[in-house]
Design a protein around this ligand. Structure first.
Ligand code: NAP
Length: 447
């Protein structure tokens, strides 16, 4: 166990004006860890005024001691020995900003076992092995906090865990991946192609050289699991989340959404209905007057619905060193105050919940088909919808101006329907002789 946070400074008769020194060990000194160390240095006096805590970064673990850093650290602070850092006597609180599951998992566990609270920004860690680490934190009576793991600088987890802890949340719906939101914004506003915008995003540093985790929805899926876990107190891991990305979205889909007064966004959705939890990530058409439609470029936002609070949205920067460090700083102050008082907020144990499979969820759909332009085809296609219990909200048939190829374009918007029924409708429509091409099936929000 580390020594309790030490106190110093003049103490007034009323016991005020005491400064508590908190020694911080940071795992990682990249974008996030380096920015947090810089923030703690720059704002040290301000933090004493606001919190009575004087933070001192005593150790920072990295892989490469000679790499250039965004923060200047006193000599001897940088170390390659992360194992020693997490149990060192001169570290009161551990910040994990290295990323990935191992070695972060065993280092965080070792810090918690040694009685040190941990603040992490690591979505992979929390979404995959969060439960075992929360149990380790509870066993040691210290905090494990993860504000920065979802939507970077947006203080969302604290709102869910504190302000809204008594609220019956029914749905959390968010834009939690800045890369895909940037790509979809450029496609919508500039009429650009997916591949061109992805290349531009990679040049600007908004997208990784391997963009798979972002564009296929896996990054948002890990965040959706954390949102579900936090909003509903339920056991949900990344592998439970159905994920569909944006790599198949084309100009035609963006244009179809615009014709309906919608924009396409990649949404992370966690809902609770009749004691079941449904968690998924997919592109969706969002009405232009919905608050999420106005979230542009690399910004993030999470729209919450609760029985008493009704609708609420949190918006901000989902990534970037300083916005993310700001979220971690809030956690660092909370866990340090708790450590000083000998308490912890505790998270869990998480309740086992029935997770509703994607096939059993209900959503409205936008569906489009190219068909042979002859009498009876529209009725035949619509008939298949009816046989599978998928009710049609609107349908439009168009032919391209001057077209002589005998092809008509059909666009349907359904009422909310069971995913499995929509899938079986599409399978059967595909077998109709008159159907030449089936476009993307895109879910529609707000129907
Ligand atoms: P980063 O720039 O790549 O920095 C990672 C740091 O961890 C580097 O300093 C690296 O050391 C160190 N590190 C990695 N493996 C290590 C090991 N085995 N032993 C010791 N040090 C090790 O990453 P980042 O962007 O700061 O992200 C850190 C975490 O924050 C991730 O979990 C990420 O998902 C999360 N996050 C990031 C953002 C963001 O905007 N970047 C936003 C929200 C959450 P070297 O420098 O020596 O290689």
């Amino acid at each position: 166990m580390s020594q309790p946070i030490s106190t110093s400074g003049a103490q007034s008769a009323a016991g005020a004006d005491v400064t508590h020194r908190v020694r911080v060990g940071i795992l990682g000194c990249g974008n996030v860890g380096g920015s947090l160390a810089a923030l703690l240095q720059r704002d040290a006096d301000h933090l004493v005024e606001r919190t009575s805590l004087r933070f001192e970064v005593t150790r920072v673990a990295v892989r490469n001691l000679s790499a250039e850093r965004i923060v200047e650290l006193p000599s001897g602070v940088l170390t390659r020995d992360s194992e020693e850092l997490v149990t060192a006597d001169d570290v009161d609180v551990v910040v994990e900003a290295m990323g990935g599951i191992e070695p972060a998992r065993h280092l965080v566990a070792a810090a918690l076992d040694a009685g040190k609270p941990v603040v992490t920004a690591n979505k992979e860690l929390i979404a995959n092995v969060g439960e075992e680490l929360f149990a380790a934190a509870a066993a040691s009576g210290v905090d494990l906090t993860f504000e920065a793991a979802v939507a970077g600088g947006v203080p969302l987890i604290g709102v869910l865990r504190n302000s809204l802890v008594g609220e019956r949340i029914t749905r959390v719906m968010g834009i939690v991946n800045g890369t895909t939101n940037y790509i979809l914004t450029r496609m919508t506003e500039d009429g650009a192609d997916y591949a061109d915008v992805l290349g531009e995003a990679q040049r600007l540093g908004y997208a990784e050289a391997d963009p798979t985790a972002d564009v296929e929805g896996f990054d948002a899926g890990a965040k959706a699991a954390i949102l579900a876990m936090t909003a509903f107190g339920a056991k949900v891991v990344a592998g439970d989340v159905y994920a569909e990305g944006i790599s198949g979205i084309g100009k035609g889909d963006i244009a179809a959404a615009a014709r309906m007064g919608h924009v396409i966004k990649l949404l992370a959705v966690a809902e609770r209905q009749n004691g079941e939890i449904a968690v998924r990530v997919h592109p969706a058409m969002v009405p232009i007057d919905h608050p999420l439609a106005s979230v542009r470029d690399a910004f993030n936002a999470v729209f919450l619905e609760g029985e008493a609070v009704e609708d609420l949205m949190l918006y901000g920067r989902g990534a970037g060193g300083f916005p993310t460090a700001s979220a971690m700083l809030g956690d660092l102050i909370t866990v340090s105050q708790n450590l000083r008082r000998g308490v912890c907020d505790g998270f869990g144990p998480l309740a086992a919940a029935r997770l509703r499979p994607i096939d059993e969820t209900h959503t409205a759909y936008h569906l489009q088909f190219d068909v042979t332009d002859k009498p009876g085809v529209l009725a035949a296609v619509a008939g298949v919808f009816g046989q599978h219990g998928v009710s049609i909200r609107s349908v439009e048939q168009t032919t391209r101006d001057g077209a002589t190829d005998g092809i008509a374009h059909l666009e349907f918007i359904t009422h909310r329907a069971r995913e499995a029924d929509v899938a079986s409708t599409l399978r059967e429509v595909r077998n109709l002789d008159a159907v030449r091409h089936i476009g993307n099936a895109i879910r529609v929000i707000g129907q």
